[in-house]
Design a protein around this ligand. Structure first.
Ligand SMILES: NC(=O)c1ccc[n+]([C@@H]2O[C@H](COP(=O)([O-])OP(=O)(O)OC[C@H]3O[C@@H](n4cnc5c(N)ncnc54)[C@H](O)[C@@H]3O)[C@@H](O)[C@H]2O)c1
Length: 262
């Protein structure tokens, strides 16, 4: 039997999908037939995003809410369920990075990153899973992790702690909710060519040289490279895959690296 990657009629919510990796993954889900619901928290960015989706023939239904606010999440989920349908696929993509040396990190800033990158995927997953359980529908939850779920790097204490925690939250929810036919997996993107990284993706920039040297593939990822992974984990092709983190990183985590130029 052919593996089934079709998402026709499935309601997919992608948080933080007004641009960047979230938008690329949302487009991939829509390309397989998913009914797309996108979240953001900036009205201006949302208007631009809707137009960008429309340019490629995708109708994205916008819901503005702060993923860290459990009351706002509950209200939005109820509205989505009433107006569009129960969510079959949730991609917890909204996130934030802060680069501060650990010796200078303020506790409040540390908490803010953990709140957005770890607590909010829990809040949204719990709300979505409660409906999946009530409806006995099963479902797919995909947490966007990071190579920092496995590795440390200077200035990323809060981000690495949160993304490492998100990896373990993924495994724990997979364990608890497997009996409801809910699969919870993660995707760990490597270094991607997004608007944010444009200023450092230039010849001669030390970070650009570091990435090209450190990545066995010898290049930055394109956001579209995440499409196959998200569709796989959202589809019934992955029904027996649970609690896994799929790293889409050009091979970075497979290697200890190499001295420059060799
Ligand atoms: N860009 C990369 O190379 C890379 C690598 C590894 C992991 N990631 C992860 O992938 C995800 C997307 O990354 P990106 O580079 O596209 O990031 P980005 O900063 O461009 O986008 C993040 C999105 O999350 C939204 N967001 C942040 N806080 C929110 C909140 N409280 N409520 C609702 N929305 C909120 C932002 O508005 C934005 O749309 C993040 O979780 C990030 O940690 C990115």
């Amino acid at each position: 039997m052919k593996p089934n990657f079709d998402l026709t009629g499935k309601v997919a919510l992608v948080t933080g999908a007004t641009h960047g990796l979230g938008m690329a993954m949302a487009k991939a889900l829509a390309s397989q037939g998913a009914i797309l619901v996108i979240n953001g928290h900036s009205p201006a960015k949302m208007d631009t995003a809707i137009a960008q989706y429309a340019e490629v023939g995708i109708t994205a239904q916008p819901f503005l809410f702060d993923v860290t606010d459990a009351v706002a999440v509950d209200r939005a989920m109820t509205q989505i369920e009433t107006e569009i349908g129960s969510i079959d696929i949730l991609v917890n993509n909204a996130g934030m990075i802060q680069r501060t040396p650990a010796l200078e990190m303020l506790p409040g800033d540390f908490r803010k990153i953990v709140d957005i990158d770890l607590v909010s995927p829990f809040i949204v997953s719990q709300r979505v899973a409660r409906t999946m359980v009530r409806n006995n529908s099963g479902g797919k939850i995909i947490n966007i992790c990071s190579m920092m779920s496995e590795l440390g790097r200077d200035t990323l204490s809060a981000y690495a702690a949160a993304k490492g925690g998100l990896k373990m939250l993924t495994k724990n929810l997979a364990t608890e909710w497997a009996k409801y036919n809910i699969q919870v997996n993660g995707i760990g993107p490597g270094y991607f060519a997004t608007e944010q990284t444009a200023p450092i993706r230039v010849d001669g920039h030390p970070f650009n040289e570091f990435i090209l040297n450190r990545t066995p593939a010898g290049k930055w990822g394109n956001p579209e490279d995440l499409g196959g992974a998200v569709v796989f984990l959202a589809s019934s092709a992955s029904d027996f895959v649970n609690g896994q983190i799929l790293y889409v990183d050009g091979g970075i985590l497979a290697t200890i690296g190499k001295p420059g130029g060799e």
